[in-house]
Design a protein around this ligand. Sequence first.
Ligand code: ADP
Ligand code: MG
Length: 408
Amino acid sequence: MNKLTLRDLSADELRGRRALVRVDYNVPLDERQQVTDDTRIRATLPTLERLAEAGARIILLSHLGRPKGKRVPEMSLRPAAQRLAEIFDRKVVFVGETVGEQAEAATHDLGAREVLVLENTRFDAREEKNDPALSQAMALLGDLYINDAFGAAHRAHASTAGVAEVMRGDGRLAVAGLLMERELEYLGRALDDPRHPFVAVLGGAKISGKIDVIQALLPQVDHLLIGGAMANTFFRAMGLDTGRSLVEEERVELARQLLESAGEKLVLPVDAVVAQRVEAGADTRTVDREQIPGDWMAVDVGPRTGEVYRRVIAEAETVLWNGPMGVFEVPEFTRGTEGVARALAEATERGATTIVGGGDSAAAVAELGLSERMSHVSTGGGASLEFLEGRTLPGVAALSDGDARREA
Ligand code: ADP
Ligand code: MG
């Protein structure tokens, strides 16, 4: 990666310094304001541990939810700070302000190896506008900047891009954290230099959200396996009857063009699990793709498809998976998704590189207890898609270039 990372900095450069770290603590909270899934908090521990070991003072900025520029008490970062205090063996304090006198004073009061969590960046309407005044105010909170929020890197906001530019502008460093670095390495290698056979598995609800990814990946992959509702749009393009399945009518023509240009690389399901209702307890049938009944919906890939996909994945050296194969939230329709997840876990064990991107896919893998058996599960949904499309992420672009420093 052509950007400076935390690993490029010596302990001397960090000791006693105020490290302003943008993290992605956009965690789910229940009605009692308890964190129900702390994956994103745990994912930042390597960066925090490294900073603490070097003797830095650690200041965290994050957004949570969509408060739309107003103070919404239910979206406070305090519960996230509390959870961090439970799992990170250092003093953690919380201040209910994002920028300003109180926040700034708290950064100076902080001791080495201590952590300060500031309030939700999106309580300030200027955050999402990447407002220079807010970026300036944030830049007062640290001596250097570290971006470890891969999941927010596709947004040019004050806390992800603006503050980094201000810091760099006056000679301070803006570097990638260890989680950010890991994400960029895994996804970057899949795009630039994958080991072959390289297999991509794409599913989920919509073809429209992933069409650019399909186009970007097609030249790189050996096989592109399609599942989820997006398969239905391809079925329609092949002239098949899809009953009441979820289909994006306005993308059928696009699907037709993709089928033509992709040739044999693009692999579609041969059978489907169909149901009349998308809910637990619904009657299901397994049918060939030519036989989807008029008032039924395709809600999962069928067992023959599962077997074909398993065999293709079993030969792969790199597998990139984004989007569940079916409506995995309903127990009756999880089998296709589970089959792909297990095939990836087995591939990892025999030495293949397996990467899971996308919020719902990551959730499915976690539910199956298979997260640890993947080479990498991305913490960024939208960000990983934009990265795979080949787009520049503003939160990465804003960081200090690696070359200048390493050559100096
Ligand atoms: P990710 O978050 O992993 O990128 P998406 O958000 O694109 O995945 O898609 C996930 C959603 O797709 C899930 O909520 C799932 O229920 C839905 N889905 C998958 N297959 C189907 C299908 N055949 N019909 C309707 N919805 C589907
Ligand atoms: Mg999703």
